[in-house]
Ligand binder design. Sequence first.
Ligand code: ZN
Length: 397
Amino acid sequence: MINRRQWLYGIGLIGAGMKIALPSTDSPHPKPNPTPLELSQYEPKSMLQVHESHIERSKFPVIDFHTHISFAAKSERGVALSPDRHYLGTPQELLAVMDRKNIRTMINLTGGYEKGLADAVSKYDRAYPGRFLTLTEPSYSRLKEPNYPKLQAEAIEQAHRDGARGLKILKTLGLYLRENITSGTLVKIDDPRFDPMWDACGQLNMPVAIHVSDPIAFFTPTDRFNERYEELNNHPDWSFYGGDFPSNAELLAARNRVMARHPKTQFVTLHFGNFSENLQNVAENLDRYPNMWVDMAARIGELGRQPFTSRKFFDKYRDRILFGTDATPHGEEFPQQVFNDQLYEIYYRFLETEDEYFDYAPARIPPQGRWRIYGINLPDTVLRKVYYDNAARLLRV
Ligand SMILES: [Zn+2]
């Protein structure tokens, strides 16, 4: 190894009495002495100067397929145990944002069951026709009853009569629901006890909106290599690493067996097939299962960091992608899904522009990982389908 002085000598800058000034150790610029910075305090501002679009309203009317206007009043260890609903926003406050943002219809996925469902339908769907649609959910608290498969299928028929437009499955199935509801071994997604329920949905033209698994990083240790370290550190209960949790691959495989077994039932695999980190995998499944759809809720952070792959994907699967946000009124704690004007403007910017390197959530720090996204500038023909036509066809509105 040669030092700097030897190197300069070697190329002839020092020699034969010639002198040059080398930086002295007591230079007026103090030696950098970096102080450690708390990761949570780090908020770098991008110095990039590129075009910024502001999309107030979507180019075409929107059906937001994935929102949460109500939720179960009582749940334990991730399992809803009561038909009663809590409501997160009044129709009036939701309609004000919807009208400003060109949202024709909001789909409330978590409508519950029995009297809770009927109540949600009358408060929203029936009071404001065309603006809100509600989905039902299984009542897992009856799982132990010997005739549960038949009871649950009948509950779907009753929910249909009460106005439910589909069935929502939370990640409860596969990750929380256990043999004794909140204890015992985990119940598998393809447990045959649910077969009559899936069939009933197919017969009644009620699509199943199914959330299976979670971001792949949630299945790896919460350590310095985890790209969602801050998110998992803030929400340790979101980690499915260790314990008796199945792997992401096992969960998706069980979901795939359900879609294969019930070809007449339409399945919207939420959050971009729950594998937006691997669009190749999502594409293969869409090719394999003609009854599979995807929504994009809470995944523009993933889609927007792979804009070239995403754009090709939207082009190829333009008939099977639904616009969705996971919007939750007053959900400030999770900025990637808070129901407000800003959230919708970000989605529209992603779909409609070629803007570069912008935030995927209205938040001080990117909440799902420290990166920014790029717009995919979809053509009008694809935009219309994703914003409205696909969901309208699926929900028969
Ligand atoms: Zn959701």
